[in-house]
Design a protein around this ligand. Sequence first.
Ligand SMILES: CC[C@@H](C(=O)O)C(=O)SCCNC(=O)CCNC(=O)[C@H](O)C(C)(C)COP(=O)(O)OP(=O)(O)OC[C@H]1O[C@@H](n2cnc3c(N)ncnc32)[C@H](O)[C@@H]1OP(=O)(O)O
Ligand SMILES: [Co+2]
Length: 153
Amino acid sequence: MKLQLLDHIAIAARTLDEGSAPYLALGLTPEGADEHMAAQGAWIRAFRIGDTLIELLAPDSEDSTIAKFLEKKGPGLHHTAYRVENIEAAMGEMREAGAPLLNDAPQAGRAGSRVAFLHPKWGQGTLIELVEHGHGAQKHVPEQPDLRAGGIH
Ligand SMILES: CC[C@@H](C(=O)O)C(=O)SCCNC(=O)CCNC(=O)[C@H](O)C(C)(C)COP(=O)(O)OP(=O)(O)OC[C@H]1O[C@@H](n2cnc3c(N)ncnc32)[C@H](O)[C@@H]1OP(=O)(O)O
Ligand SMILES: [Co+2]
């Protein structure tokens, strides 16, 4: 499988405004409007840094998975997400590798993406997400300099 790039780093916070403070202070601005992903029990606000996003997650109710995470671990790193070309192919490879997928079929992610998750125990304590970008998200994958041919001087 070819991971294209680090798609986002997700941070769980009690509220989006609380979670936004450091990134606003670092000079970032939210990308688009906040998004409510009811199926994930989360409100989301994204800040773009180059081709990667900081994805802030806040619980939409007391019994959301984000609320459970906050209860257990407090605010902080929730998951890392890697962009793949094709989520079904990536899930198939993960199954073949015996990696513990948390969902049998791709789930709906933010901005029209399709996502899959791998258990945090497998990720050395980090929940790992694979993301196939949707029509609504930035499509291109940046040209990587060809380091073999001394692409970088
Ligand atoms: C916005 C849409 C999408 C996107 O477009 O990017 C998203 O990112 S949505 C993000 C929210 N959705 C998810 O996280 C879905 C996948 N998560 C799950 O299926 C579950 O949260 C879980 C990871 C299986 C945990 O389930 P839970 O019911 O909470 O089980 P436990 O509480 O028993 O946890 C088991 C074990 O794992 C630890 N844990 C839980 N969550 C995380 C985490 N995010 N990172 C690291 N570790 C985590 C938890 O502390 C338990 O550990 P022990 O206590 O040591 O057993
Ligand atoms: Co995510």
